[in-house]
Write a protein that binds this ligand. Sequence first.
Ligand code: IPE
Ligand code: IPE
Ligand code: MG
Length: 239
Amino acid sequence: MGGNKTELYVPNHVGIIMDGNGRWAKKRGLPRYVGHTYGAQTFKNITRYISKRGVGILTLYAFSTENWKRPPEEVNAIMKIFRQYLVDSLTDFRDDDIKVVFIGDRSVFDPKMIDLINETEEVAKNRKGMLLNIAMNYGGRDEIVRAVKLICNDVRDGKITPDDITDNFIKSKLYTGSEPDPDLIIRTGGEHRLSNFLLYQSAYSEFYSTETLWPDFKAEDFDKAIEEFNRRSRRFGGV
Ligand code: IPE
Ligand code: IPE
Ligand code: MG
């Protein structure tokens, strides 16, 4: 493939595992939370860039159901950044027409934060541009457990019979609902694992890992991922 961006196919749904904030800070002799502050800046810049590149759906992994295991100082710092983001985001992304949605179990957050989450989604709900899913207290297994419970309730209430349970029906009970599966999942920070991200939806996603730590991730790094994606042969089990 040549270097001409316009020739490249831009995937419709991109997921990003934003990893490496802590190591970025450590390399500079700074406390881990500083990495998260810089990471939040990258999140805003790169989201705008990706929306301009014509991606339809961007799903960003911000905080996993396992990340509560971290020291309370770090969890508190992340929650503070998240709260600040929620305040900013009421107007942020408006000019870019980006529709913001949160996926994950929000019930654990304090009531003020839940209000902010709901308000953020509400002000953005009629926007027509890229859909931005922010995965916050998200876990792929947690999402599947939740879907199974919802389906069991439907059966119990006589709304469906077990024969009605199809792949598409299961998908409809996930946080991402009727959205198409991610075409490309990018992980920064060099690890080669999903860490509980979009387990059901990623069955045929192309996985791209870069050593670049999240706070250093730039438009050029995203472009490299798109170039690599264009070299992949997606067969979905066929030939
Ligand atoms: C990703 O960066 C952000 C979150 C998981 C909240 P990390 O904090 O995991 O950074 P590393 O992987 O320790 O460098
Ligand atoms: C994955 O990163 C979660 C997010 C980026 C939000 P982690 O740093 O939590 O993943 P592990 O612990 O390296 O698997
Ligand atoms: Mg990490």
